[in-house]
Ligand binder design. Structure first.
Ligand code: GDP
Ligand code: MG
Ligand code: K
Length: 295
């Protein structure tokens, strides 16, 4: 009997705020990886969830929402769509069953995607069978996607079937991420993602690429979460740049990261951030990071 080939790939979840993207990702990954609230745009980062099996690995990214004016949201979403068209293996376009005004530009782009695009009509628990049928026809005609699937992310209706379809479209590929990392410590993963984002924002190109963020400690107490994070750089000169004059750069990065963490965890954060020169952190870490944070 032939061995089952290993499959791995990137699944992008695209759609407007509040259609249920984060809920869906959590339903698929089975862990509460991103914060879900009834308020729009809580997910500001390009959050990933990773689902591992013996012979597969699915890496999900969820459109970052942003707490900004409408035009900025549109820009951000288009940016994500563009990236997804370049680096995703499957795109999930999530729409709310009663959504009236989906982004035409997004739809147009996705029509011409080279990878499979699945339109997910979400929140069908709130709709009649006829409404669902009508919407399925509507989307089939409007976008002509690879598939249209009605789901309820909240109640996990049809998500098992969705998973099977994803497995079907996932390419044969070795795992991108070590299977025993990240998924068992999602909080640490998100904390390091947030710090990394701030590094990318605050320093010129070559610096972020020589930085590695390691979460030394993540301790949740009743009133506060204590985080100790190390930024690892390769050379002493880089350490100086990361810290900045009188430590002001590192302070800035730390403050920005802390504010995002507090929003993310909805809790006070004590962040202890420091820089260490570490000449030989593994080169595969660099590779990992590239996959984790493509621009
Ligand atoms: P996102 O902004 O696209 O990530 O949307 P969220 O996942 O944060 O969900 C927005 C709101 O829709 C939350 O209140 C969810 O509980 C709700 N929601 C998500 N999926 C469903 C669903 O299948 N049915 C219903 N009734 N509500 C849902
Ligand atoms: Mg979300
Ligand atoms: K959300």
């Amino acid at each position: 009997m032939a061995e089952t080939p290993h499959k791995a790939g990137f699944v992008s979840i695209v759609g407007k705020p509040n259609v249920g993207k984060s809920t869906l990702m959590n339903a698929l990954v089975g862990e509460k990886l991103s914060i879900i609230t009834s308020k729009a745009q809580t997910t500001r980062h390009r959050i990933m969830g990773i689902l591992n099996g013996d012979n597969f690995q699915m890496v999900y990214s969820d459109t970052p929402g942003i707490i900004k004016p409408q035009y900025a949201l549109h820009e951000s979403m288009m940016g994500f769509v563009r990236t997804s068209l370049e680096d995703a293996d499957v795109i999930l376009f999530v729409t709310d069953i009663y959504e009236k005004h989906d982004e035409e530009e997004v739809i147009k782009r996705l029509q011409h995607a080279e990878v499979p695009v699945l339109v997910l009509i979400n929140k069908i628990d709130q709709a009649t069978v006829q409404d669902v049928k009508d919407k399925m026809i509507y989307w089939q005609e409007k976008m002509n996607p690879t598939e249209v699937l009605p789901i309820s992310a909240l109640h996990s209706t049809n998500t098992e079937h969705l998973f099977e379809r994803l497995m079907h479209y996932l390419p044969e590929h070795p795992a991108y991420f070590p299977k025993d990392e990240l998924t068992d410590k999602p909080e640490r993963f998100f904390v390091s993602e947030i710090i990394r984002e701030k590094i990318l924002l605050n320093y010129k190109k070559e610096i972020p690429y020589s930085c590695e963020v390691v979460i030394e400690e993540f301790k949740e107490e009743e009133e506060i979460i204590r985080v100790r994070a190390e930024i690892s750089v390769e050379r002493k000169s880089q350490k100086g740049i990361v810290i900045g004059h009188k430590g002001e750069m590192l302070k800035k990065v730390g403050t920005q990261a802390r504010i995002d963490m507090e929003e993310f965890f909805q809790k006070k954060i004590f962040l202890d951030l420091y820089v260490r020169v570490n000449e030989n952190w593994r080169t595969d870490q660099k590779l990992l990071r590239r996959f984790g944070y493509s621009e």
